[in-house]
Each structure stands twice: as structure tokens, then as C-alpha cells.
Design a protein around this ligand. Structure first.
Ligand code: NAD
Ligand code: TYD
Length: 359
């Protein structure tokens, strides 16, 4: 039985990844999920796996070197999949410090613990032990021209404190690969959407606001472009890179699903109207009148777009879920999980929302 250490597994992508891996490998794997449970971590996301004998949750901070090292000492961990991070650009603009702590220093702690556990006396590493660092396309900066794409060779040019911290963590992983031949890969993925995403990010925020008759805050002119990938496709890509990719390589993962923010909002409104029965009182207020243009995000990147040519050629991965299908599945999931949304948006979320969107 192969043992995985997943960091940040109680967050959006991490919890989808844990579900994906148990669906795919069942009893053939064991997963240890290490998560600090910040505002973004939610054990409700993992309710259906929490009793599995091959699943363990440990509440810990990835910056806590002693605890992380102990987890490596007590378990023969063969795979690390490192998701844990502060992930929201708007929060990074307000409070960059925690982004450096978790994303940069936390990644360094993970690297040091894995290196100490896996390094052999001759400086080589235990065979078939691998670390995958989950990163973002935002490290490449912003594209202006249509037809331009981010490749693995595109120079890093991060703008936000979030993307700068992720770029720093990527460089640290690269330094360990280059210096020690530490067995790792980096994946840089485009914007994800799907179940379990906290409604501080564009898609779940717009779904939740529309359902509650609240205004839909569009930053700037609404024409910024993101390349949207259904989260399960990302999870599959991570697993394929770790099992079939070449060690020490970076792979871009992207959807070829470029859309302007305002297009996304229209699609969400159309889909909500299509899915809600006429008898549902919420249907009446789900109109374009909710769209409200607000002050632009500081340093707002204009366009992200991934060329996933390398991962397709070397690993055989491609995005399987087209946006039209993925957004329907996502909206259905939010319809079926109203309690999840209620719990996530109670308490601190209200405070965050009022502070963030005060006019
Ligand atoms: P998220 O914010 O939903 O979840 C992050 C998780 O990490 C939470 O469970 C949180 O509790 C945990 N965490 C935060 N700080 C921690 C710490 N110090 N110690 C231990 N756990 C901690 O994030 P997400 O959207 O699931 O993103 C996961 C990873 O994927 C991140 O590294 C992010 O940079 C990357 N990524 C995200 C996207 C996207 O669109 N969401 C796209 C590309 C890459
Ligand atoms: P977001 O989901 O925060 O992801 P990222 O900034 O990491 O790409 O934002 C996606 C896009 O949506 C981005 O261009 C900013 C925009 N946006 C809004 O227009 N309004 C909002 O309330 C939010 C949260 C985002």
C-alpha cells in the first residue's frame, strides 16, 4: 500500500484530489492529510472519507518543522502532494505576510522534511519517492495579446503578493531539484472551478450572490480573461504527472477554456435560470440587473492562458470537461449542498465580505 502525504487536503482542490484518488485507487493507497484548517480548510469536504481505515487527518501547520518531520519519521511516505497555501489574490493584497510564511517558508519546511526522510548516505534518494508541488499559472504574469500563451519556458513575472509567493516557492523547489537532485515535479495550473470552492473566488461567489439576490461585483471592465479548468481534470493531471511525468520537470495544466469574467457571469445567470424551477421564488431576482461594476483590483492581471502541449505530449493528459458541462455540474453541486454553503458563509465570511466589498 503506497502512502501519500497530502498538504492542504481540506481545501478546495486538495479535498477534490483526495476524493479522486480514493475513487481511482481505493484500498491500494493510504492518504495522510495535513492541514492547518485556516478559514479555507473545511473538514465537511471530507465527511464521506473520514472513516476510511486508509485515511488519516492531522491538524498541523506546514511551517511547524518538528511536527512535519515527525510525520515523515513515523510513516514511510512515498508521495507528497503539496497543495497547502494561502490562495486568494485579494487577501494577499490586503495582508501579504501570511502568504510569505505559508507559501514560501511552509514549502521550505516540507522540502527539508522530505529531503531528510528520503536522502540516502550517498546523497541519492530512496527510489520511487516523489514530491509534487502544486502551483499556479499566475507566476508567469499577465498576457495582453490574444494568441499568446504561457509555456513552461515563459519567464516568471509575478505581480500580486500571492503570485510572487508562489513563484518564490516554485524557485525553492527548483533549487532543491537542481542542487540535490531532489525527486520532484512542479505543476502550474490555470483557474480551477467545481465543488467545494469557497465563495471568495469568482465562480462560487457569483453563484451564491445570485441565488441570494445580492449584487454581482465585477472588477474593472469585466474583460479580464482566465482559463478555466474543471477541478477533477486538474486532480487527474496531478496524478498523471506524478506517475508518468519525467522527474525534475515542470508541467503546465490548463483548460483551453478562456473566458472574460463578464462572460462567466452571464453563463452563470443563464444556467441558474435554466436549472431553477419556475416555482422557486429565487428565480425572479436572478437577472442581469444584479451585475455591478466596482473598483478594479489593484494590479489586476489582464489575461492568463495555458498551452498544455507538454503535458499532452509527454503524459497524455488533456482537459476532458468543457466549460458548458463543468459549470452545469458545479451549479448542480451547489444546489445539492445548500447547507455546505450556509456553513461556509456564516461567521468570519460575513466580516471578510463586508470589508472587501464595502463601497
Ligand atoms: P484553498 O485556499 O481552497 O485551500 C488551501 C488549504 O490549505 C486549506 O485547507 C487551508 O486550511 C490549508 N492551509 C493554509 N495554510 C496552511 C498551513 N500553514 N499549514 C497547513 N495547511 C494550510 O486553496 P486551493 O484553491 O485548493 O489551492 C490549492 C493549491 O493549488 C494552492 O497551492 C494554490 O496555489 C494552487 N492553485 C490553485 C488554483 C485555483 O484556481 N484555486 C489554480 C492553480 C493552482
Ligand atoms: P479569482 O477567482 O479571485 O481568481 P484569480 O484572481 O486568482 O484569477 O478571480 C477571477 C477573476 O474574477 C479575476 O479577474 C478577478 C475577477 N473577480 C471579480 O470581478 N469580482 C470578484 O468579486 C472576484 C472575487 C473576482
Amino acid at each position: 500500500m503506497r502512502t501519500y502525504l497530502v498538504t492542504g487536503g481540506a481545501g478546495f482542490i486538495g479535498s477534490n484530489y483526495i476524493h479522486y484518488m480514493f475513487r481511482k485507487y481505493g484500498d491500494a493507497i493510504r492518504i495522510i492529510n495535513v492541514d492547518k484548517l485556516t478559514y479555507a480548510g473545511n473538514l465537511e469536504n471530507l465527511k464521506d472519507v473520514e472513516d476510511y481505515p486508509n485515511y488519516t487527518f492531522i491538524r498541523a501547520d506546514i511551517c511547524d518543522a518538528e511536527t512535519i518531520s515527525r510525520i515523515f519519521e513515523e510513516n514511510d511516505i512515498e508521495r507528497v502532494v503539496h497543495f497547502a497555501a494561502e490562495s486568494h489574490v485579494d487577501r494577499s493584497i490586503k495582508n501579504p505576510d501570511v502568504f510569505v510564511k505559508t507559501n514560501v517558508l511552509g514549502t521550505l519546511t516540507m522540502l527539508n522534511a522530505a529531503k531528510a526522510a528520503w536522502e540516502l548516505p550517498d546523497g541519492s534518494f530512496k527510489p520511487d519517492h516523489k514530491f509534487l508541488h502544486v502551483s499556479t499559472d499566475e507566476v508567469y504574469g499577465s498576457l495582453e495579446e490574444e494568441g499568446e500563451y504561457f509555456y513552461e519556458t515563459t519567464p516568471y513575472d509575478p505581480h500580486s503578493p500571492y503570485s510572487a509567493s508562489k513563484a518564490s516557492s516554485d524557485f525553492m523547489v527548483k533549487a532543491y531539484m537542481d542542487t540535490y537532485k531532489f525527486p520532484a515535479n512542479i505543476t502550474n495550473c490555470s483557474n480551477n472551478y467545481g465543488p467545494y470552492q469557497v465563495p471568495e473566488k469568482l465562480i462560487p461567489l457569483m453563484i451564491n450572490n445570485a441565488l441570494n439576490g445580492k449584487s454581482l461585483p465585477v472588477y474593472g471592465d469585466g474583460k479580464n480573461v482566465r482559463d478555466w479548468l474543471y477541478v477533477e481534470d486538474h486532480c487527474k493531471g496531478i496524478d498523471m504527472v506524478q506517475e508518468k511525468g519525467r522527474l525534475f520537470e515542470t508541467y503546465n495544466i490548463g483548460g483551453h477554456n478562456e473566458k472574460q469574467n463578464i462572460e462567466i457571469i452571464h453563463i452563470i445567470l443563464d444556467t441558474l435560470r435554466e436549472k431553477l424551477p419556475d416555482s422557486d421564488p429565487r428565480k425572479a431576482h436572478i437577472t442581469e440587473d444584479l451585475i455591478t461594476y466596482v473598483t478594479d483590483r489593484k494590479g489586476h492581471d489582464r489575461r492568463y492562458a495555458i498551452a498544455p502541449d507538454k503535458i499532452k505530449a509527454e503524459v497524455g493528459w488533456y482537459p476532458e470537461t468543457m466549460f458548458a458541462e463543468g459549470i452545469k455540474k458545479t451549479i448542480e453541486w451547489y444546489f445539492d449542498h445548500e447547507d455546505w454553503m450556509k456553513n461556509v458563509t456564516s461567521g468570519d465570511y460575513q466580516k471578510y465580505y463586508e470589508e472587501m466589498y464595502k463601497s
